[in-house]
Design a protein around this ligand. Structure first.
Ligand code: MRU
Length: 362
């Protein structure tokens, strides 16, 4: 079995989100953190689908990379030699994975990349197509890691004049666990910390899945970055007391006008930040910008199983006869966003014009 050099994964971040041990993808099981560090093994495209739906892996870029490996696994595990059946099997796998989660556009971006690659392989045999698919999935993972570091670098530019030490509020987990290794919002926080510029990270617990309390806090703890956790409804209190210098979050899909979908609760934070005159930054790779979606009202919002709200860590806190709702994302309007930090540049308003400029030049 070919095992790639994994030393880069331990680089600056001590978190290993995924391990590609061809033909198996091992994902740290994020449902079990911070109490258990166990890996979920994906040997089939169905395992990959289950891992995405059940949130073994989550976070927009990590979902995209995982889906790409899903197609690599589909190719590697194909049982047969007929080229037509092979290609049909790959397209079916793409279709299956595209139904796992609806909001994070990186999933569709990665699957589209695979689709384009497959459609350009006419005349090649199954072995050659498989090798190209595996390479493409590995490239998507490697590129994501590189982009994470570029996001961190561009984030430093944003805070050049601020400080010297910053109190940054973040929501959900936009860290190494949500990417191939360094994070988006947490890439900026990690880079600031390296320069001694973090006084405190204020971590929203992020009900109902607790990505903040369980995952972001775990990552920051590993790297001894100072932080404290608050419940989501405390953010306004800390902002009103002058205890938040900036809000820095990730995104699952950014519309062409800058409206940004992210974990439920992000909209309220953006309103609060605007009210208190606190800068509000989105950090995301260009693959999170969906140029084909005109504005945030057109972004599909996932409603997840109500159990996630009804129960806390497996314990029922709301009886069955009470109704609950569980939208997993909301949209921070472009008007509330100070800047969008991407690997190419920091995009400032007017977002529609400036986003278009970047995509026109690509
Ligand atoms: O439901 P999740 O945990 O997949 O939601 C994740 C988020 O909302 C993240 O903030 C977003 O994907 C950015 S991750 C770099």
């Amino acid at each position: 079995m070919e095992v790639r050099d994994l030393s880069k994964y331990s680089g600056d971040s001590k978190v290993c989100t995924m391990l590609w041990e061809r033909p198996v993808l091992k994902l740290i099981d994020q449902r079990k953190l911070p109490f258990e560090e166990v890996y979920f093994e994906c040997k089939s495209v169905e395992d990959i689908g289950e891992a995405i739906v059940e949130m073994v892996v989550r976070g927009a870029p990590a979902i995209g990379v995982t889906a790409a490996y899903g197609i690599a696994i589909a190719a590697l595990s194909f049982d047969g030699s007929q080229n037509g059946a092979f290609i049909e099997h790959l397209y079916k796998s793409i279709d299956y994975l595209s139904k796992t989660r609806p909001t994070a556009v990186n999933l569709f971006w990665a699957l589209d990349r695979m689709k384009k690659l497959i459609s350009g392989t006419g005349g090649l045999d199954t072995h050659a197509v498989t090798e190209r698919i595996v390479k493409e999935a590995e490239k998507i993972e490697d590129d994501d890691l590189k982009i994470n570091y570029m996001l961190g670098g561009n984030g430093l530019k944003v805070f050049e004049g601020a400080g010297p030490r910053l109190k940054i509020l973040t929501h959900c987990n936009a860290g190494a666990l949500a990417t191939s290794g360094y994070g988006t919002a947490l890439a900026v926080i990690r880079s600031l910390h390296k320069g001694g510029r973090i006084e405190n990270v204020i971590v929203d617990e992020t009900r109902p899945f607790l990505q903040g309390a369980r995952l972001t806090a775990w990552e920051l703890h590993q790297e001894k970055i100072p932080f404290f956790i608050i419940s989501d409804n405390m953010a306004g209190y800390f902002m009103s007391k002058g205890e938040v210098d900036a809000v820095v979050v990730g995104a699952d899909r950014i519309a062409a006008n800058g409206d940004s979908a992210n974990k439920i609760g992000t909209l309220s934070l953006s309103v609060l930040a605007k009210n208190y005159g606190i800068p509000f930054y989105i950090v995301a790779p260009l693959s999170t910008i969906d140029i084909n979606t005109a504005d945030g009202s057109l972004i599909p919002i996932e409603e997840r199983n109500e159990k996630e709200v009804r129960e806390v860590l497996g314990k029922v806190i709301i009886p069955e006869y009470m109704q609950v709702r569980n939208p997993a994302f909301d949209v921070a309007p472009a008007d509330n966003i100070t800047g969008i930090i991407t690997e190419a540049e920091v995009i400032y308003p007017p977002f529609d014009k400036n986003i278009k400029k970047i995509f026109d030049s690509m």
